[in-house]
Ligand binder design. Structure first.
Ligand SMILES: [Zn+2]
Length: 795
């Protein structure tokens, strides 16, 4: 079905006033709701939400089964997984509107009526995020229609404020959990009863059959990772089918079975599995080099096919969901069972790059040939990981049209609710129902309803800026390098920040100030409030950008001239002020009861306390110009500036003070050698890394290395080096994000002092100090010297 736009809507209302079904007239309820019993809880919840919305819209309260001139009848129709969201609106009698459909359809139809015929817009979660046009009437033209979403399997987003997603038509089934160990090959049950299936159920890895009974410790407690069933043995298929039948006896209405592989690796390499995975023609590879993801698709999807075939004989309506992920992201060589739904995992953000989109088209084309149902598992993360609004509305529209053209019918998007990303999630939900909807019209409708018609054009221009920012500016930074992965590298203050150019923030600020003052004139308190939310969200991003000198640094993220270093140092006080503002805003947002649903910002706040401040990190970059007299003078000014935080002054002091320094490496007997003299390193190195793991206590440290490239080194355009720091806990697991300095393309005969600041959290026991040295000619020798780890935490 096609959703009507604003213009079509008003024509419709105008032409149909004579034949309208009155729900509310002149502020008085004239319809009651007749509900059969029993109804599922999500339907009764939807009725309560409808009553709440009608009251907010018109001031009138609808009754259930009360006496009124008109009746809204609900008819629950038995439906299957793929059509339980279809609902029909009919008018069997003049005084009756009948809503008939599956439970999922009955949940969604009430908001549809309000959107379509009253202009209500569910912009953000909660009543304050909803636009109710001023009216005392709610009438529905007496013209029957059917609501049937295009994506008729999963339509869902994660980290959810679920009630709002439900209003916008979320459908949570089928999901793709790693269910194998729960009931398909129930390992815990095997352990409990001692009844183990034949050994061939488990995979053969490194030439040995996995003895799960002996190795339960390695995979407990969830058993969801690092092993897969043998996908070709008779025993494995029999056991899975038997257990799925048992599960269906317990839960006959579940509608689907998730056959998703366990997480990570552990695929079977028995001769039969290996033979199936040998292909005449190599499968199209979307992600990763071969050593990372070997192709196990033919064996895995053979297993899925066999199970689906056997189980479908008894349960013909049942669906089977799974993921095209890692080792099984390749399309298999054969047709898949028509009841299989395969979710392809990728990031729409990566689709913005023409080279990646071309690859995705090819990949999706290969999958389309398998004849299965297709879905997407998408990584549209926003401010839980990013410190700028990560929006691409037109790209969302392009991708949904493309997916619909290729017959995709399921969508699950990761991410979280966000004020600052405006209509992003609203648009996801709308496009799942109608991927061919007019994105410009949806956006215009959202902006207008959100802040009022006078303020809307400014808001639109503000979001246009961010929309263009990612493909045009952020893609010029090293952020674009991760576009080849399943999803972009997601970090606060990532390299995407430095795509900002001087004046960008001022331009955005001016638009948002105009937006705010125009919205102040609105008579709708909701519009005024939302305009304030949006202004505050801009100020948060602005503070993030200023805190890390985003407009000063060039696209490489590095300081390129002493003048730039001086400018950065002179901006330190304002960057520190901006960071304080950022932290204060995080505090304000996470304590505002109206914004409890802004899940992304809660994650951002958690992360903010874990990492060193952006100024501490960026200040270290000025060290590469410490020998320049002007930079040196400026560093001394920082040291003397008593209004700056002590840690900042310590870092500056450590950089300018070349004689005595408190290098902790000298005090650790096993690592004292690192602090002394030169270390000659012959390339290539394993994984390109010169790596030392040093025991270190929690705290903030300045880390320094000096890399000297010999005068006769032959370098290419690809050659690069940088300093990478990684905190590790007592078990060697990562205890914080990787901290990288920008990549340097070195010149022969030059030496590079590289410094960075790192904050080691409470769980840290080791600091991994890594000099990355990539694409040097074999046999090249570089010198690494002046290695230091200097504590700079303020007491
Ligand atoms: Zn096998």
């Amino acid at each position: 079905m096609k959703m009507k736009t604003g213009i079509a809507l008003s024509m419709f209302l105008g032409a149909s006033t004579l034949f309208a079904f009155d729900v509310v007239r002149d502020g008085k309820a004239c319809a009651s709701i007749a509900m059969p019993s029993p109804l599922p809880k999500n339907v009764t919840d939807a009725v309560a939400q409808f009553q709440n919305d009608v009251a907010n819209l018109t001031g009138a309260r609808l009754k259930e089964d009360g006496k009124a001139e008109n009746r809204i009848e609900l008819v629950l129709v038995p439906a299957s997984l793929e059509n339980d969201d279809t609902v029909h609106v009919g008018f069997p009698r003049k005084d009756t509107m009948r809503l008939s459909g599956g439970a999922q359809g009955l949940v969604r139809i009430f908001p549809v009526l309000l959107e379509k015929f009253a202009g209500v817009r569910y912009l953000y979660p909660t009543d304050k995020g909803t636009f109710y046009p001023p009216t005392k009437d709610f009438r529905i033209p007496e013209k029957e229609f059917t609501h049937k979403p295009f994506f008729n399997f999963t339509r869902a987003l994660s980290n959810q404020y679920n009630p709002w997603l439900d209003i916008l038509g979320a459908k949570w089934r089928p999901n793709c959990q790693h269910d194998i160990p729960f009931y398909i090959l129930p390992v815990k049950e095997y352990i409990r009863t001692g009844n183990w299936p034949p050994p061939e159920v488990f995979p053969m890895m490194n030439g040995k059959r996995l003895d799960m009974k002996a190795e339960t410790k390695k995979f407990s407690p969830s058993f969801q990772s690092d092993w897969q069933p043998c996908h070709t043995s008779r025993a494995s298929i029999e056991e899975a089918v038997k257990n799925i039948f048992e599960e269906l006896r317990r839960e006959p209405d579940r509608g689907y079975i998730s056959l998703s592989p366990n997480d990570n690796r552990g695929y079977c390499e028995c001769p039969e599995c290996a033979m199936r995975n040998r292909r005449d023609r190599k499968a199209f590879r979307m992600f990763g080099p071969e050593y990372l993801y070997k192709d196990h698709s033919n064996s895995y999807f053979h297993w899925c096919n066999e199970i689906a075939k056997r189980v479908s004989e008894k349960y013909p309506d049942l669906y089977f969901s799974t993921l095209a992920y890692r080792e099984v992201h390749f399309a298999p060589d054969f047709k898949l069972h028509p009841k299989l739904i395969v979710y392809l995992c990728f990031d729409f953000g990566c689709s913005q790059y023409p080279d990646i989109f071309e690859k995705q088209k090819k990949w999706i084309g290969e999958w389309a040939r398998t004849g299965c149902n297709l879905g997407i598992w998408e990584y549209g993360f926003g401010d839980s990981y990013y410190t700028l609004p990560r929006v691409g509305f037109k790209n969302q529209g392009k991708m949904f049209r493309f997916l619909a053209d290729n017959n995709f019918r399921a969508f699950f998007g990761e991410g979280a609710e966000s004020v600052g990303e405006g209509p992003k999630r609203y648009l996801y939900m709308k496009l799942m129902e109608n991927p061919y909807a007019d994105v410009d019209a949806l956006l215009k409708g959202w902006y207008t309803a959100c802040v009022g018609s006078e303020a809307a054009p400014y808001l639109a221009r503000y979001f246009d800026f961010w929309e263009n920012y990612w493909p045009e500016q952020a893609s010029g930074t090293s952020f674009s390098e991760s576009r080849i992965a399943v999803y972009h590298t997601m970090t606060p203050f990532g390299p995407y920040m430095v795509g900002l150019r001087k004046g960008d923030l001022a331009k955005c600020r001016s638009l948002m100030e105009k937006m705010l003052s125009a919205a102040e004139k609105s008579r709708d308190p909701g519009q005024k409030l939302r305009a304030k939310w949006l202004m505050a969200s801009f100020e948060y991003y602005e503070a993030c950008a200023k805190a890390c000198f985003a407009e000063i640094l060039s696209d490489s993220g590095a300081l390129e001239t002493p003048e730039q270093a001086v400018e950065l140092l002179r901006n330190l006080p304002s960057a520190i002020k901006a960071n304080r503002k950022r932290l204060a805003l995080l505090e304000k947002f996470t304590t505002d009861p109206d914004l409890k649903w802004w899940r992304g910002i809660y994650r951002a706040k958690e992360k903010a306390s874990m990492n060193s401040s952006p100024a501490e990190t960026e200040l270290a970059k000025a060290a590469s110009f410490a020998s320049d007299p002007y930079v040196r003078e400026e560093l001394k000014t920082v040291v003397r500036n008593k209004t700056l935080p002590l840690t900042i002054r310590y870092i500056a002091n450590t950089i300018v003070r070349s004689e005595k320094e408190n290098n902790l490496l000298s005090e650790i007997p096993d690592f004292a050698f690192l602090a002394k003299g030169k270390h000659s390193v012959e390339l290539p190195l394993k994984n390109g890394e010169w790596i030392h793991t040093v025991p270190m206590k929690p705290g903030t440290y300045l880390v320094r290395v000096r890399v000297s490239v010999p005068g006769d080194a032959v370098l290419s355009e690809q050659t690069w080096l940088n300093l990478r720091l990684q905190a590790r806990d007592e078990f060697g697991k990562a205890a914080g994000a990787i901290v990288d300095t920008p990549k340097i393309s070195p010149e022969a005969g030059h030496a590079y002092s590289i410094l960075n600041t790192v904050k080691l959290g409470d769980k840290t026991r080791f600091l991994q100090l890594i000099v990355n040295l990539f694409h040097f000619r074999d046999g090249t020798k570089v010198d690494i010297s002046d290695v230091a780890v200097i504590p700079v935490s303020s007491p």
